[in-house]
Design a protein around this ligand. Structure first.
Ligand code: DX5
Ligand code: ZN
Length: 224
């Protein structure tokens, strides 16, 4: 089943609990939380204290996307804050295997993320044990950017490897997703589809989650 993961980056932080409740009502079961340090990406967002506050108001799965340098230094902090899955960038980890195993050792699903210019081949040595592979479909750092269509080729390449090798990781996509491309993402092989501004920039975020999910599921139904 395809899941739509609302990214709260585009939410109204003064009304966060209400907005989270709204997307939950629309059928979201996972929230995507974007952590930015102003170094790995040219923007700063939020860290463990905000995640702890979110944890206190929802039971949704919290998918934490770390866009920070040396993420391994902070993994425990994010676990303690209430993360349910943690993703690190291939480009930010000098010791990618160690960082992913640290997440695993905390008992959480581990995820690896690749930027638009990073090839799938850089993941070769970790695909057999990660739980999530996230393909960035924009350059990370900001919400509201334009979808990079080429990223779907990488999703298809990863999906082929997954099928060929009988692997079970989820494929996630993040950036520039809206009603016009969500079906393509589902058809390419994405299981988890992140949507920020298309959801929280709308009048009715819950309704948009429902529409995106229906469009994604509908695309798969046609394929069968
Ligand atoms: C971008 C973040 C995304 C972002 C997506 O660096 O990783 O999760 O919030 O926002 P939209 O859907 O607006 O591209
Ligand atoms: Zn993200």
């Amino acid at each position: 089943m395809v899941e739509i993961l609302p990214s709260i980056l585009a939410a109204d932080f003064a009304r966060l609990a209400e907005q989270i409740h709204d997307v939950e009502t629309g059928g979201a079961s996972i929230l995507h939380l974007d952590v930015m340090d102003g170094r790995f990406v040219p923007n700063i967002s939020f860290g463990p204290p905000v995640i702890r506050s979110i944890r206190a108001v929802t039971r949704l799965h919290l998918d934490v996307h770390l866009m920070i340098e040396e993420p391994e230094r902070y993994i425990k902090d994010f676990v303690q804050a209430g993360a349910n899955s943690i993703l690190v960038h291939q480009e930010a980890c000098r010791h990618l295997d160690r960082a992913l195993r640290m997440i695993e050792d905390e008992g959480l699903p581990s995820g690896v993320v690749i930027n638009p210019a990073t090839p799938v081949s850089t993941l070769h040595e970790v695909l057999d044990f990660v739980d999530i592979v996230l393909v960035m479909s924009v350059n990370p750092g900001f919400g509201g950017q334009k979808f990079i269509p080429r990223s779907l080729r990488k999703v298809m390449e990863i999906d082929r490897i997954r099928q060929r090798d009988g692997l079970r990781f989820k494929i996630e996509i993040d950036g520039g997703i809206h009603m016009g491309n969500v079906a393509d993402a589902a058809r390419a092989g994405c299981d988890w589809i992140v949507a920020g501004s298309s959801v929280f920039g709308a009048e009715d975020p819950g309704g948009v989650v429902r529409d995106l999910k229906n469009a994604a599921q509908g695309a798969l139904a046609v394929m069968v």
